[in-house]
Design a binder for this molecule. Structure first.
Ligand code: GDP
Ligand code: MN
Length: 383
């Protein structure tokens, strides 16, 4: 789960990371109210789960109530890369001397945590990585050893952070690491981390991705309101109890088992296609589950073909086949289905489907052939 900036800052504050005082506002009136409380000048910031708000006009300074009302009105309702602004964060403006960058995430290839620190903050970090890779200091951290003040001080010095900001920045790195580990985040990022004219170092922005698999030990996460709302496809899938993740491709995927679903994504990519989703219908897929799965995929307008990949184990292919026939009677599909049925009772399953096969429902003997066919159909249906 991605947090909005203000939720990320609330999370930071729990671990002692300094942030500016501020408040949320859903109307220009509320924005003025917050600004009056925190003191002028203020910065008014769009709360959307996407970066580059500054460049898109979603971050504006205001020096009095009239200006706050005006800029709040401009930012609310703004569409930033497909995210419509419904909420603002208004905080006391900082006087910036310098902008830095700091983050922690997992380096899966190295099997270590990765700290990244740079004196080139405030700008797109991917751009810095491309143009000046040496400007980003990377530190791999063994989770057993942890990340302590001496290592943080070394990293901050190596990154060329200004001398007067070093001790503050090092302490923030240590606290940010605690936030990342104890706070069960997949990513914590501060861009920019700033040095103020008053000589203080603090977080001016916050990007936090929480690890959903750890939510069982964080009942307090339920208090983060979902201001933006889920991807509509994921919302529908959740209502139907499906294990679904939306992606950007054109081939809708249904498989039984998470491993098989991931392999199916890989094979679709291997034959030149792109998956529209991950969807694991689990074991013992009933007609209800199959219908729900097809219904969710059917709402995805990018889908041009659906690949159903079932390997029967405990799940019997004849039941899956009955499920598909029933589902087809219930859901009117926009895209053709390519089916691969194998494993327990595959013959019986294929026999059930035989009379229903057409240009809209095809069967292929292997996963690879089914993926090729689905990708080909998706290409043909594309407009
Ligand atoms: P992003 O564009 O979505 O990453 O939003 P940020 O929160 O990082 O803000 C973008 C930029 O706005 C920052 O890099 C700063 O240059 C500027 N900015 C944000 N808050 C303040 C502030 O309190 N004072 C000043 N002077 N500039 C700010
Ligand atoms: Mn930023």
């Amino acid at each position: 789960m991605d947090l909005l900036e203000y939720q990320g800052k609330q999370y930071f504050a729990r671990f002692g990371i300094p942030v500016s005082s501020g408040g949320t506002a859903d109307t220009p009136f509320e924005a003025v109210d917050v600004a009056d409380k925190v003191g002028y000048p203020v910065v008014v910031k769009a709360q959307v789960k996407v970066g580059g708000r500054g460049k898109a006009g979603g971050v504006k300074l205001a020096s009095d109530a009239d200006e706050v009302r005006t800029v709040a009105g401009q930012i609310l309702g703004l569409d930033i890369k497909g995210h419509v602004v419904k909420r603002l964060w208004v905080e006391h403006a900082s006087d910036i001397v310098h902008e830095y960058y700091a983050s922690f995430t997992l380096d899966r290839a190295e099997k270590r945590h990765l700290a990244m620190i740079s004196a080139r903050g405030g700008v797109d970090i991917e751009q810095v990585a491309d143009e000046e890779p040496d400007a980003i200091v990377k530190v791999l951290i063994d989770p057993v050893d942890g990340f302590h003040l001496d290592a943080a001080a070394d990293a901050v010095a190596a990154a060329g952070i200004d001398f007067e900001a070093r001790s503050g920045a090092a302490q923030i790195l240590v606290d940010l690491y605690r936030c990342y580990v104890e706070g069960d985040a997949d990513l914590v990022e501060i861009n920019p981390l700033i040095l103020t004219t008053a000589g203080k170092v603090h977080a001016l922005d916050a990007k936090v991705t929480l690890d959903d698999n750890a939510s069982f030990r964080h009942p307090e996460w339920a208090d983060f309101p979902d201001v933006e709302g889920l991807d509509p496809r994921e919302k529908l899938a959740r209502e139907r109890g499906l294990n679904y993740i939306g992606l950007d491709g054109t081939v809708g995927i249904i498989a039984n088992g998470a491993g098989l679903a991931m392999s199916t994504l890989d094979v679709v990519t291997q034959v030149g296609g792109a998956a529209a989703n991950f969807l694991d219908i689990g074991g013992g897929a009933s007609a209800d589950v199959m219908a729900a799965a097809l219904e969710v995929i059917n709402t995805d307008e990018k889908v041009r073909a659906i690949l159903v990949n079932i390997f029967g184990g405990i799940t019997r292919c004849d039941e899956v086949a009955r499920g598909i026939v029933e589902a087809l009677a219930r859901v009117e599909l926009r895209s053709p289905i390519v089916l691969r049925l194998d494993g327990t009772n595959a013959e019986e399953g294929r026999a059930i489907l035989a009379e229903h096969l057409s240009g809209r429902l095809r069967s292929e003997p292997t996963m690879l052939e089914a993926a090729r066919r689905a990708v080909e159909l998706a290409g043909r249906e594309a407009r």
